[in-house]
Design a protein around this ligand. Sequence first.
Ligand SMILES: Nc1nc2c(ncn2[C@@H]2O[C@H](COP(=O)(O)OP(=O)(O)OP(=O)(O)O)[C@@H](O)[C@H]2O)c(=O)[nH]1
Ligand SMILES: [Mg+2]
Length: 370
Amino acid sequence: MFACCGSSNKDVNENEKLVTQKFDRQLEQQNKESKLEIKLLLLGSGDSGKSTFFRQIQNNFGTGFTQDQLNTYKLPIQTAFLRNLQAATSIMEQIRQSVDESNSEFAQQLLQMQPEVFQTMIMSSNKENEHYTEDSTDNYSTFVDKCYKLARDSNMKTIFEAPMCYQLKIPAHVKTILQSSVLDQNYTVSVNDLVRYRLKTTQVQQISFKVQGRSFRLIDVGGQIAERKKWSAIFKDAASIVYVASMIDYDLTLDEDPSVNRMVDSLQLFEQTINCETFRSTPIILLLNKFDLFKTKVETVPLRNTFKDFKEPQEPHKYIQDRFLSMNKNPRRQIYSFFSTAIDGEIVNEIFKTSVKILLKEEMSRLGFE
Ligand SMILES: Nc1nc2c(ncn2[C@@H]2O[C@H](COP(=O)(O)OP(=O)(O)OP(=O)(O)O)[C@@H](O)[C@H]2O)c(=O)[nH]1
Ligand SMILES: [Mg+2]
């Protein structure tokens, strides 16, 4: 007989019963709550701004970020800084624009470096890392000085002033990035930095939070072609899709396939997603994102270069909006669109609050109240 801790068999059975009952009640409660929870999916192609939106929501409506959580992004942000500096240097070379003579030797060295080297170098200069040596710290601080000097090279302004032309390899706000001091040993990550760096999503992430007394769950996924096959696993019970499309993509091509125009790809992806059987009647929130960049870009890069049927006096941003809206094959289902700038927390706040009102109203009318 294996009765434990002095309990009789009867006690054990009673205990087990109580534990099972408690577990069942918890499960029931959880089921109830997850049914009441409004599940929103952030979908859209890579680099459109989904995670930027997700982080703003986490910051504004969710639990926010502790400094420890933010610091987990320190290494990816530092590595991204170096990748951006390397890309900017490479573009300088491609357009035969030289950097200052005092930077040219280092610029060549940087161009030869493999991205993995950046990571190893940063890690081995960290006192808490197992590969730390004093030498590596000295080497790192010399390297950082050279990086900052190159990033602030006055000839680099060619790229800062015309970043739109080089969009594929560097973000449009590369100037802000390269003039920051993120490589400092004692750098601590801020939310502001977090929303400005491109950190590709490769794992599904989700947050739960409450707005107007209702529980929401927002799910973010990677949008690059290889990531899209993971999407269907999260489709079940979604109340709405928040589809993010980048407005500046009209003259860019996919990183994954340079023969495909990014906006054409996003339009097709939007069409396939919203019209599939699961979402035929689902209300859709469409974020026409990077509107801040679009307003200046469209002045120099005409929309007609890509969309031959675009004609004045129609406004370019309305044309893009119409193109997306025309993908809806169910006239009884609404698509609510917004021109958004996800790096701006206030704008995201406003858009999200309006979307919540819309979704709650949709829910009421679905339940027959109205
Ligand atoms: N200027 C500007 N930059 C933006 C905006 N939205 C996003 N970005 C920048 O665009 C880049 C990509 O944003 P992400 O949110 O990582 O894109 P994503 O859709 O999550 O990309 P994947 O994870 O690859 O699917 C980042 O550098 C952001 O700072 C915006 O509205 N304006
Ligand atoms: Mg992402």
